[in-house]
Design a binder for this molecule. Structure first.
Ligand code: F3S
Length: 390
């Protein structure tokens, strides 16, 4: 792989251990995927921020980088952490909270933006065809497919290395020839709500592996539905992008169809609870948009959350600030608006939560293993109906 003189100096350790380590990560990755060079990126998004998913060895690595003087070269946002200081600190063991705080301190020392969200595009929308190094698979698929930006699906370490170097290897989704569709998906049923879009994603992720589909038959789509589709398709497969327009270049490419029964079966499989009673109603995977906050606030108006049930609405602190009136409405109803966290990366099992009802196919997919919870997968309207007294 071609390296500039400066990149060579960094790789040879002339700019310190931290920079050398990052350059090693990027060059090894580039060589593995036959990249010819490194290219500049306009932003990075780092996953692996929750202490629950990191563990101590990874935190030591972060600390060593920060001690070694590593500082980000581009705007770098962070994925959610394991708690919301306002709502969860008092309910979780002190040692876990302290360890989480230490993780955030290391990132802060490296100059990252404390965004703590899986929807960094609501803070600042990347421009079309800009090169990014984003981890968080749901955001990667959304950025490539809906926003028209170009990013590979980075892991936490490679996204951080890219952030610290301001560069990423030029391969995969950074090259136009790799962004072309190679499978036609015909959806033969009209999807009714965001949960069905998520179910389509879970179903397709298993079928597609790393293929790039053109999805036809979606009808009118909202950005929030496409966000659910993006998150879900990345949950079960390695697809980094989909097209969903009436692109005519479909001659000669493989075709698959999706029927109503595929969507129904996927939702049934993701609903593991034997009855409709839940401890937690959770909306906000991926983190809620302003439009979703509005929709929730309008639905909860004047109602009260049932005794024995919690309602969590998860979003970024940025959206929480912007949506103050909606937040007040939700909180008046007894719901909690949590910033910078979600059920999957927190310790809901330590809060006594055994059954989670959610509109997110991604959360329903992970909850049985990562949250040790039974699941009920239903559209937002039904989730909210279940959260409130009749
Ligand atoms: Fe975001 Fe957590 Fe879902 S990080 S995509 S809300 S699993």
């Amino acid at each position: 792989m071609y390296l500039t003189k400066e990149e060579e100096r960094i790789l040879n350790g002339e700019c310190g251990w931290a920079n050398q380590t990052c350059m090693k990560i990027l060059t090894r990755l580039g060589e593995l995927f036959n990249a010819e060079k490194l290219i500049p990126i306009s932003s990075a998004h780092v996953s692996g921020v929750s202490y629950k998913t990191l563990g101590d060895a990874a935190v030591e690595f972060l600390q060593a980088l920060a001690d070694g003087g590593a500082r980000v070269k581009v705007k770098t946002t962070l994925n959610p952490q394991s708690l919301d200081p306002e709502h969860l600190t008092k309910r979780l063991p002190k040692t876990l909270c302290e360890k989480q705080l230490n993780v955030l301190e290391q990132f802060e020392r490296m100059g990252t933006t404390e965004s703590l969200t899986c929807t960094p595009y609501y803070l600042e929308k990347p421009s079309r065809e800009s090169h990014l190094a984003w981890a968080e698979s749901s955001a990667v698929v959304y950025a490539n497919s809906v926003l028209g930006a170009w990013t590979n699906r980075e892991g936490g370490p490679s996204a951080l290395a890219a952030a610290l170097m301001g560069k990423t290897p030029d391969y995969g989704m950074h090259r136009a020839e790799n962004r072309q569709p190679n499978l036609l998906v015909n959806v033969e049923t009209r999807l009714q709500n965001e949960t069905e879009f998520g179910a389509l994603g879970i179903h397709l992720g298993k079928l597609l592996r790393d293929k790039i589909p053109i999805i036809q038959g979606l009808g009118k789509t909202s950005k929030d539905s496409l966000k659910q589709l993006s998150a879900a398709v990345a949950t079960t497969g390695m697809t980094n992008m989909f097209h969903c327009n009436n692109c005519s270049e479909t001659k000669g490419i493989e075709k698959v169809s999706v029927k109503a029964k595929d969507i129904r079966r996927t939702i049934q499989e993701l609903s593991t609870a034997s009855c409709k009673k839940c401890d937690l109603v959770f909306i906000g995977c991926p983190h809620c948009s302003l439009a979703e906050m509005k929709q929730i606030a309008q639905t909860v108006q004047g109602r009260k959350v049932k005794h024995g049930t919690e309602l969590w609405v998860c979003t970024s602190s940025h959206i929480k600030e912007t949506a103050r009136d909606y937040v007040n409405e939700i909180e008046r109803s007894g719901g909690q608006v949590l910033a910078g966290v979600c059920t999957v990366v927190s310790w809901t099992e330590k809060l006594g939560i055994e059954t989670i009802m959610t509109n997110s196919a991604k959360t329903a997919y992970y909850a049985p293993t990562l949250s040790k919870a039974e699941t009920i997968l239903s559209p937002m309207k039904e989730c909210l109906r279940a959260a409130f007294q009749r």
